[in-house]
Design a protein around this ligand. Structure first.
Ligand SMILES: Cc1cc2nc3c(=O)[nH]c(=O)nc-3n(C[C@H](O)[C@H](O)[C@H](O)COP(=O)(O)O)c2cc1C
Length: 105
């Protein structure tokens, strides 16, 4: 599920706002992209029902700065942030991620 990175029409529905409904309709088989910038963004997308996230511009920025090594660095940075967010939220495994991890308000 993608809003094309929000590039086409400003103020469209965010993927975060729609992923729950879409994931439920697809029995949890939805991947999401658009605006994933931090490990906490990944964790939140998974909590909201995505089974995976895709990354657009951040890997291009890494590529522009340092080629293949820059891409690898961006992905590693996100991985480390995701692990840290899991540790700080008491999430031992990606399998443990559920809606209770995000407060309702
Ligand atoms: C410069 C640029 C061009 C893009 N062109 C297309 C396109 O032609 N077709 C498409 O489906 N998505 C296109 N996208 C959207 C990406 O496939 C992807 O959904 C988006 O970049 C993900 O959001 P993120 O960059 O915030 O991670 C484009 C994105 C960028 C930044």
């Amino acid at each position: 599920m993608s809003n094309h990175g929000g590039r086409h029409l400003d103020t469209t529905v965010t993927t975060a706002a729609a992923i729950g409904e879409v994931a439920a309709a697809l029995a949890g088989k939805a991947e999401v992209d658009g605006g994933i910038r931090r490990g906490t963004d990944i964790l939140k997308a998974l909590v909201l029902g995505a089974r995976a996230v895709l990354i657009g511009r951040p890997v291009l920025w890494g590529l522009a700065v340092q080629g293949a090594d820059g891409v690898a660095a961006v992905i590693e940075h996100l991985r480390v942030e995701l692990v840290r967010a899991m540790q700080l939220s008491g999430t031992a495994s990606l399998r443990d991620i559920g809606p209770d991890l995000i407060a309702a308000n």
